[in-house]
Design a protein around this ligand. Structure first.
Ligand code: FES
Length: 67
C-alpha cells in the first residue's frame, strides 16, 4: 500500500503525493498527475488546483504541527 502524504506548503498549496483519487462532489474523478497541488488560498482560477496565483496575493499561512 502506498504511503500518501499531504504537505502544507508555506503560503501555498496542499501537495498530495503517493497516490490519491480526487473527485468532485458527484464522485467524478479529476485527471491528476503523480503530485496533486490543491489551492489553499482561494484565489486560483483553476480550483480545486493551485495555479500559482497565491504568489501574487497576500496569502500567508505557514502552520506547523505540534510535536
Ligand atoms: S494556493 Fe496556489 S493559487 Fe491558491
Amino acid at each position: 500500500m502506498a504511503d500518501t502524504t499531504i504537505t502544507i506548503r508555506d503560503n501555498g498549496p496542499y501537495v498530495i503525493r503517493g497516490g490519491a483519487t480526487l473527485t468532485d462532489a458527484d464522485g467524478k474523478p479529476y485527471e491528476t498527475q503523480d503530485a496533486i497541488f490543491l489551492c489553499r488560498c482561494g484565489a486560483s482560477a483553476k480550483k480545486p488546483f493551485c495555479d500559482g496565483t497565491h504568489k501574487t496575493t497576500e496569502f500567508q499561512s505557514a502552520p506547523r504541527a505540534e510535536s
